[in-house]
Design a binder for this molecule. Structure first.
Ligand SMILES: [Zn+2]
Length: 125
């Protein structure tokens, strides 16, 4: 693990520790953590925070992929088409979220397609 990865892992650990503290403080402030709760209630609340983090990571990663996608070859005719970012709702195993995904439209073929990240391949003859 290089220095950057080590620093990022340390920062992530600190952010997760702080997120756990804030989550507990928020539950107390909202009156959701009064008395002696059953452990399943504590676990369910913690799990929901984990699911929210998962959805945010998924949205971020998909946004990064959409931003990194450049012109793509139409799978039918091979013409280069510029992708645009398209907002889409999806159902992940951690709940619904909105992502940005690259989408392209070929005017010649009058069809849309999802270009792969990385750019266009060669035009077909
Ligand atoms: Zn085409």
């Amino acid at each position: 693990m290089d220095a950057t990865a080590s620093e990022l892992r340390k920062e992530l650990g600190e952010l997760l520790r702080r997120a756990a503290e804030v989550s507990v403080e928020l539950d107390r402030a909202e009156g959701a953590a009064v008395g002696v709760p059953h452990y399943s209630a504590i676990e369910a609340r913690a799990h929901e925070l984990g699911r929210e983090l998962s959805r945010r990571i998924q949205a971020r990663r998909m946004g990064d992929l959409a931003a990194a996608t450049s012109a793509a070859a139409c799978p039918t005719c091979g013409d280069r088409c510029e992708p645009r970012r398209r907002r889409r709702r999806l159902a992940s195993i951690d709940g619904p979220l909105e992502i940005d995904e690259p989408a392209a439209h070929c005017p010649r073929c009058r069809r849309g397609f999802f270009p792969p990240p990385g750019g266009a391949g060669p035009r077909r003859p």
